[in-house]
Design a protein around this ligand. Structure first.
Ligand code: PAF
Length: 279
């Protein structure tokens, strides 16, 4: 696996991978790779001839009081796991390559980033959209794969790629979960053993609410019960539990398809997100 840190070398290396009409699928990450990420890399290898992974802890998507400095970083371990997954190339730019002095442009996908996680993390999705657009221009992949765990992020990236005519197919990959249902996340590493055990209450409450809504229960009642169950399960606060149109992310007071249950809750200092299709 090649590890590349400058854009000119990256362009040459990706062009070489694409020679003869071969395809490249990009898996953008911030490192701290877990089995969920590796499932995206496996999917990249199934849908394209070559898998390219980027690791970049993007400062512009962290708020001033968030965990940018403390975000887990272990490139050597990540690279070893990517070699095992037969990744062709690791794109690992540093901050000065991604945001050279004087960088001033950013992308805002108006509206889609304002609610849900965007309400609690102002500017977060502008940082995500901007870095993903840059990654698309840097790597020039045929396909890009994002986990469905961050459904709002996926919807924003899909809209950004459509609006700006990026010639990249965006694929969503199903959420990878532990045996007790907790969605895999780099932030799970912050949980104490007690918090980790309690965290299973979060997906369980969402599963029950999704089944109730699909079965005809009132949306408000099902969402209120999910919120109460999450707190009863040991969480400190619930940022939101909402039923949303799966594409436009518009909040739904009544069930109609395609719908997605979106949620974020805090246990101790760790904020977890999750979502489920309601069908
Ligand atoms: O989901 C992530 O890990 C990040 O938001 C992404 C898409 C790599 C952009 O920094």
């Amino acid at each position: 696996m090649q590890i590349i840190r400058d854009i000119a070398t990256l362009h040459r290396a990706v062009a070489a991978l694409q020679q003869g009409g071969k395809s490249v699928a990009l898996v953008p990450t911030m490192g701290a790779l877990h089995d969920g990420h590796l499932s995206l890399v496996r999917m990249a290898r199934r849908v394209a001839d070559h898998a390219v992974v980027s690791i970049f802890v993007n400062p512009t998507q962290f708020g001033p009081n968030e965990d940018y400095a403390a975000y887990p970083r272990d490139e050597a371990r990540d690279a070893a796991r990517l070699v095992e997954e037969k990744t062709a190339l690791l794109w690992a730019p540093d901050v000065a390559v991604m945001y050279p002095d004087g960088h001033r442009t950013h992308i805002e996908v108006a509206g889609l980033g304002a609610d849900y996680c965007g309400a609690a993390r102002p500017g977060h999705f502008d940082g995500v959209a901007t870095v993903v657009a840059k990654l698309f221009n840097q790597v020039r992949p045929d396909i890009a794969i994002f986990g469905e765990k961050d459904w709002q992020q996926l919807a924003i990236i899909r809209r950004m790629a459509r609006d700006l005519d990026f010639a990249v197919d965006i694929l969503g990959a199903p959420i990878a979960r532990d045996a007790d249902g907790l969605a895999l996340s780099s932030r799970n590493a912050y949980l104490s053993p007690e918090q980790r055990a309690a965290a299973a209450a979060f997906p369980a409450a969402l599963k029950e609410a999704a089944a109730a809504i699909a079965g005809g229960a009132g949306v408000d009642t099902a969402l209120a019960k999910a919120q109460a169950d999450i707190i009863a399960g040991g969480f400190d606060s619930v940022h939101y539990v909402a039923l949303a149109d799966a594409d436009s992310l518009e909040r739904l007071a009544e069930y109609r398809r395609p719908a997605r249950l979106l949620a974020a809750a805090r246990i101790g200092k760790t904020r977890l997100i999750d979502n489920l299709a309601v069908e």
